[in-house]
Design a binder for this molecule. Sequence first.
Ligand SMILES: Nc1ncnc2c1ncn2[C@@H]1O[C@H](COP(=O)(O)OP(=O)(O)OP(=O)(O)O)[C@@H](O)[C@H]1O
Ligand SMILES: [Mg+2]
Length: 305
Amino acid sequence: MAEHAVVTAQNITKSFGSLEAVKGISFDVHQKECYGFLGPNGAGKTTAIRMIYCYTPLSSGSLNVFGSDVSRDSRKIKSMVGVVPQNNNLDPDLNVIENLLVYSRYFDIPRDVAEHRARQLLQFLSIDERRKEQVELLSGGMQRRLIIARALINEPKLLILDEPTTGLDPQARHLIWQRLRELKTQGVTMILTTHYMEEAQQLCDRVALMDSGRIVEEGRPQELISRYAGKEVFQVRRIDVKPVLSMLDGLDFTHEIAGDTIFIYSDNSPEIGKRLIGMDNVEVLHRPANLEDVFFRLTGKELVD
Ligand SMILES: Nc1ncnc2c1ncn2[C@@H]1O[C@H](COP(=O)(O)OP(=O)(O)OP(=O)(O)O)[C@@H](O)[C@H]1O
Ligand SMILES: [Mg+2]
């Protein structure tokens, strides 16, 4: 096991019948880092993280969490981990605070301790005023915050979040990001999956890019971006590719084509921009390169379908 590793996965696989959802992936998650799994629908992200929190047994390989084997010590691991599942699974028959208190019983937390923690967590996630309300009356963003509060009730050292902010509006998303950053500074190790490049770039120290059950690349977001996509990208919409490429003749750039769009990657943006602006009938979007570009360059696919 690597030093300071919270999770060590070696060649883990998961099959559902004839479908191999995870095809032998290896990774370490270090103490106090935020590690992200990115990939399109069906890439195997949820399956991979479910194995980490002992929800889905592995088909093969070895997986240790806090030095314990997931197939032998699941009880111990579960007590140290907090989980935010992809789908909201709050109990609709209970109100907000009861959802936390009932959940706390799984961890044998004494009632008075649980009540104190629940109030603190509801305050931390800015939903304490709604504590007596039925969960069905909460907005999607508030339900997500409640699930994060629930995941923290056992004071986990590792927090696993499956698409924590999917479907939320930007304001709700930013509030959750802020709270997750605070947890990180408190020393909580995090693993998350996301489809949002901004989420990964804001929160993750390292990311694994997944496609069809495999990790195609892993690293720090900025390093991956500069290695595979450079600093900036020109997105050029034009029916004919040839005139665009010949206009850039002699310059140092690489390109990809998707539909009617040419993606031009380069560190020599001013000269490229000057030449493209001189062309007729092209729409040009100039933007910083992101992880979406990295994924596209590596797989020829888009991250968000
Ligand atoms: N319990 C299951 N039984 C059968 N097949 C499953 C099961 N869970 C997942 N799969 C299949 O495994 C593959 C990977 O699914 P998974 O949910 O891990 O993907 P994902 O990357 O989380 O996708 P998304 O971004 O849509 O959440 C998919 O083809 C899915 O249909
Ligand atoms: Mg998923």
